[in-house]
Design a protein around this ligand. Sequence first.
Ligand SMILES: [Mg+2]
Length: 230
Amino acid sequence: MFDVLAFDADDTLWANEHLYIMKRERFIELLRPYADPDLIGKTLDETEITNLRYYGYGIKSFALSMVETAVSLTAGRVSGEAIQAILQFGKEMREHPVQLFAGVTAVLAEVGQTHTLMLITKGDLFEQESKIARSGIADCFRHIEVVSEKNAETYDSLLHNYGIAPSRFLMVGNSLRSDILPVVEIGGTAVYIPYATTWAHEHVSSHTDTTGYFELEQINQLPSLLKRLT
Ligand SMILES: [Mg+2]
């Protein structure tokens, strides 16, 4: 039924969002002498979303947003040491090992026997390429695409470039906004595997229509779903 199975990477194949949550907590601790913790968290979230249009996604963007939030919440009084600590948060995130979710390697090996596998991830090219290389699973994929945004136009143009009919394309991911809804919109099929935490920007408000996609609890269930669909 499907020729190409495409996978999102962050929080679909490996854990990612928890790194941001951990450093967000450290950042709140760092700025606690200057502002209310809730205000710090809220300001950082808003700054990150505003800054997407300047810096795109990823750790560098997150680090710049932390610096900007620190400067603004302290009215410019934040110390050089604190800025240095913030920059160090970013470097630690960058060097954190890529931790695959349980079963990922086996699932890719199994479904790769019958389908062409593709990796479609969004974010900073340098950062995503490094994670893919360190993941140890790059060889499982025939095609790897790092894109700056995942919307219907992105998927449309990828499928066009590879000569894939939407009806033969299935996308697996943890984000309704980036991996599921745009694929359904262009006539493809999607498998939604929610992750424990989802970044505020990826939330889709009051989404109730589940037409056109399947939902699984974990990636280990993918092979049996594919068998049911064929
Ligand atoms: Mg993801």
